[in-house]
Write a protein that binds this ligand. Structure first.
Ligand SMILES: NC(=O)c1ccc[n+]([C@@H]2O[C@H](COP(=O)([O-])OP(=O)(O)OC[C@H]3O[C@@H](n4cnc5c(N)ncnc54)[C@H](O)[C@@H]3O)[C@@H](O)[C@H]2O)c1
Length: 438
């Protein structure tokens, strides 16, 4: 089974690298020539742990091509991993997906091949495959569904910063299939590459579309619930949000994942999938009040963190605030919906001077703020330059902060993840989300 991956961005290139490292031959195509050139030299075109190693491991199985006839001739399955940006109403556009599918479908029309499988991994608004994508393939390929081609909707559940690990070790695989043959092909590919034996959720295409955004919407609800608990605990001396969420998570009806009070949910998937869930429900005459409330709680948390910082700036007349951690989570340079970026924007509006540090995301942050911020090169420098430190990301170094970092008396630390061990730290005022401040 030879595969092509169309769209080699943050997710697509990791799919390609994972498949090729496990022995599957893959032809990659991306509209961005630089991405193709970089990959063909064996270099990772995006920042992602384990990606480079997988590209090196699978090098002999990787090729790139912008010849669609060659892609159709030499592969049996095309996996489409195109951007589907949110529209202003919260639903997703399928324009990029269609523009990527069209040349492949046209090449199929001109080919003598009996069958080709189109697999869509992009996030879609439910109903898009049946109403828009499948008729589009039929029109451009001149073929009949399940005769000359098959279709799977196969979204993957990965988080940036652990895409390859998540891709190769899923507990669930969602496969929306146009017929059994199409689904069997996907299952056989996964059986060859995965480390785990996941639950294969095989279903109709529209069910898989609904399942994908429901799953993310449900997770955001869990995060917002933990964040609500976190704020409650800040107001109740001697309570500890981590003790409470650990206990809740130990109950098998709940599970411990995504149940830690802290920052609002963020990134390229959770916020928009949750919004799209509410929009999609409404389209079918139903109100998804839970999803709407989840979003509101998330925004509240951004304002809550900003208020904590502003209150301390005003109280102590601190001149500069240092923000540590800018990407929406650790091990990535992606800023999408990043709480740190949202908070910084609010602080700048209040004319508060902000210094920033992140090991991976400084360049992307500079693109957003230019000269509005001061960019620092390490955690120690943040402590040297500011008396108020806000920890947004719990890098490993954060857990090891000791007295040698503390240069001002007092140094105020706002710790969004309760990551710092304060037992031996002197001259600090410590404020943690989820705990009552002493
Ligand atoms: N990144 C994630 O964490 C994640 C997780 C789950 C699902 N998804 C979904 O996967 C999809 C892709 O996300 P991503 O983060 O990889 O996006 P991305 O923007 O990083 O990558 C998309 C790639 O598609 C390429 N492209 C655009 N038009 C093209 C065309 N006509 N032909 C070929 N290539 C084209 C772009 O150049 C880019 O390299 C989205 O629907 C997203 O919602 C992403």
């Amino acid at each position: 089974m030879k595969v092509s991956v169309i769209g080699l961005g943050k997710l697509g290139v990791c799919v390609l690298a994972s498949l090729t490292a496990r022995g599957i031959k893959v032809i990659g195509y991306d509209i961005n020539k630089k991405t193709m050139d970089t990959l063909s030299k064996g270099i990772a075109p995006v920042v992602e742990p384990e990606l480079h190693e997988h590209i090196i491991k699978g090098k002999k199985n990787i090729s790139v091509s912008s010849d669609f006839n060659e892609i159709i001739k030499n592969t049996d399955v095309s996996i489409f991993v195109l951007p589907t940006p949110s529209k202003s109403d919260g639903s997703f556009t399928d324009e990029y997906l269609k523009s990527a599918i069209q040349p492949i479908a046209l090449a199929l029309k001109n080919s003598k091949k009996k069958y080709h499988l189109f697999v869509v991994a992009s996030t879609l608004s439910p109903g898009t495959m049946d109403k828009s994508i499948i008729p589009f393939i039929v029109k451009n390929s001149g073929r009949k569904l399940n005769k000359g081609f098959g279709v799977c909707y196969n979204p993957v559940f990965i988080a940036l910063g652990s895409v390859i690990r998540d891709y190769l070790n899923p507990s669930l695989l969602l496969i929306g299939e146009s017929d059994k043959k199409a689904g069997d092909i996907m299952v056989n590919i996964y059986k060859k590459v995965l480390n785990t034996k996941p639950h294969y959720g095989r279903m109709s295409i529209v069910s898989a579309e609904i399942a994908k955004i429901s799953l993310n919407s449900y997770i955001t609800m869990k995060i917002s619930f933990a964040n609500t608990l976190s704020t409650i605990c800040e107001n109740i001396p001697n309570s500890n949000v981590d003790d409470i969420t650990k206990a809740l998570g130990a109950d098998k009806r709940i599970s411990p994942y995504y149940l830690k009070g802290g920052l609002p949910f963020a990134g390229p998937c959770f916020p928009r999938d949750n919004r799209a869930f509410a929009v999609f429900a409404k389209e079918y005459g139903c109100e998804a009040n839970l999803a709407v409330a989840t979003d509101e709680v998330n925004d509240t948390q951004v304002n809550h963190i900003t208020d904590l910082i502003v209150t301390n700036v005003l109280k102590t007349r601190i001149k500069k605030v240092a923000v540590i951690g800018l990407a929406y989570k650790k091990d990535t340079n992606v800023l999408d919906e990043s709480p740190a970026i949202k908070v910084i924007k609010l602080l700048l509006k209040k004319k508060i001077k902000v210094l920033v540090y992140d090991p991976l995301a400084i360049d992307n942050t500079r693109k957003v703020f230019g000269h509005e911020l001061e960019y620092l090169t390490g955690v120690k420098e943040c402590f040297k330059e500011s008396q108020l430190i806000c920890i947004f990301t719990a890098f490993d170094e954060i857990k090891n902060i000791n007295n040698s970092y503390i240069k001002h008396n007092p140094t105020t630390i706002i710790d969004c993840w309760r990551a710092i061990d304060t037992s031996k730290l002197k001259n600090i005022k410590y404020i943690a989300l989820g705990k009552a401040s002493k």
